[in-house]
Ligand binder design. Structure first.
Ligand code: ADP
Ligand code: MG
Length: 409
């Protein structure tokens, strides 16, 4: 399947790691410098006064300036994965410039390094990204190598060696994380595949079963007709009814296989409801049921597939009618829900549903009706989901049922 590699859950994980990284980055960077400046400089090594050279305060201003840039990249540009590179690159470049300025042509002993570097190296595996890991470590080595060249200081070899040892530890961690993750993903994928096969198997059996019943009825009647060639008119309506049943099942199943709503247009839901109720009016009257619609003013149009929406309301209103064998009223209401969606409810006064029935709704072929096929609600659910909508059911035994649908506009 074409699972997008950058799905929301993964992006959220990256954001979590980034937040932790950024918070610790500032705490360690500034914390180290503050402690170094006030305690170490003045108390412990007074013979090494702060020369005040280098980038000075600009070092901190630039580092703080990347915070709003990062927020902008994450929120406005969706460039979540670039932020860590931005931090590392900025840090390495300004740190290089800072130290080069500070020690170039200067008799001060080269003292570089901040607790931030071991932190960056050890934190790298948490992003679980090999490219980033190598970027960080090669970047740091290049920085020290350049500093060594500029300042002609062989002493840069020391931090390079220390950081390389840390990088080796970090690499082991990264490898463990990656391999663990790969195993998890592979297991998950296997499980998904076998679940899918199980569902297909179940569907195939259920479909076969559903279609075989009307087929055997048809076969029986055809045989009878064949035997007493004169023909018996009473068989024909039943045969047509059975053929219709097969046709219904097949067309509802085909609807399921269709790709997401392709004919989306702005539609007035009120008009669709009007159309559907006019089709079902006769059936309702025959059962002594009145269909009443409450269309609120100012209901915005909805981007949807008109035919699929008709199917949804036919399914729900038909169910409502079928739930009231002794007559009653079905109330269909359309109203604005919030700024971005509308609500449609179909309320009946029928026999309602027990809790265990509600839980099974939407399962293929789940029906409590003698002549039902148990596909209506499954198709309805699928169409609503394809339209990014939601469906809620409230029902009380012998009181009635309400299906509420929220559709984004
Ligand atoms: P079918 O109508 O062919 O049975 P559906 O998927 O439309 O299939 O509905 C599945 C089951 O859900 C029905 O058999 C019925 O038990 C229950 N149901 C659906 N709508 C209602 C309703 N409005 N009132 C009571 N029960 C309902
Ligand atoms: Mg139905």
């Amino acid at each position: 399947m074409n699972n997008p590699p950058k799905n929301t859950a993964l992006i959220n994980e990256e954001i979590k790691a980034l937040k932790l990284f950024i918070i610790l980055f500032y705490i360690i960077y500034f914390g180290y410098d503050i402690i170094y400046y006030f305690i170490d400089q003045n108390l412990l090594v007074p013979e090494l006064p702060y020369t005040g050279k280098g980038l000075g305060i600009w070092l901190y201003i630039i580092l703080l300036a990347i915070l709003p840039i990062s927020v902008y990249l994450i929120n406005k540009k969706n460039k979540v994965y670039s932020v860590k590179y931005l931090y590392i690159t900025t840090f390495l470049v300004i740190d290089l410039i800072h130290h080069a300025l500070k020690y170039y042509d200067n008799s001060d002993m080269f003292r570089s390094g901040n607790a931030i570097e071991p932190f960056i190296v050890l934190f790298a595996p948490l992003f679980i990204n090999k490219k980033y890991f190598w970027f960080v470590n090669i970047g740091i080595v290049i920085k020290y190598a350049l500093l060594g060249l500029i300042l002609k200081e062989p002493v840069v070899g020391l931090p390079i060696i220390l950081l390389t040892i840390l990088a080796a530890i970090a690499y082991i961690l990264l490898n463990r994380f990656s391999s663990y993750l790969h195993t998890l993903t592979a297991t998950h994928e296997e499980l998904r595949q076998s679940e899918k096969l199980a569902v297909i198997g179940k569907m195939a059996t259920a479909i076969g079963h559903e279609i075989r019943n009307p087929l055997s009825a048809l076969k029986g009647f055809t045989q009878l007709l064949n035997e007493n060639k004169t023909g018996n008119d009473t068989y024909y309506p039943i045969m047509i009814q059975e053929i219709d049943r097969i046709n219904d099942i097949v067309s509802e199943l085909m609807l399921l296989g269709r790709p997401k709503a392709i004919n989306s247009e702005k539609n007035n839901i009120g008009e669709i409801i009007y159309y559907v109720t006019s089709i079902l009016e006769q059936q309702a009257k025959a059962c002594n049921i009145s269909l009443s619609t409450k269309l609120h003013a100012d209901v915005p149009t909805v981007l949807c597939d008109e035919n699929q929406m008709k199917q949804v309301f036919i399914n729900l209103i038909k169910n409502a009618i079928e739930a009231m064998p002794h007559g009653g009223e079905v109330v269909i209401e359309v109203k604005p829900y919030d700024q971005t969606s509308i609500a449609i409810s179909i309320k009946d006064e029928g026999y309602g549903m027990a809790h265990d029935v509600i839980e099974k709704l939407g399962e293929p072929f789940y029906t409590t009706k003698e002549n039902g096929n148990g596909l209506g609600l499954m198709v309805t659910k699928k169409i609503i989901e394809d339209h990014d909508g939601k469906m809620k059911i409230t029902s009380e035994l012998n009181k009635g049922t309400t299906f509420s649908i929220i559709l984004p506009i």
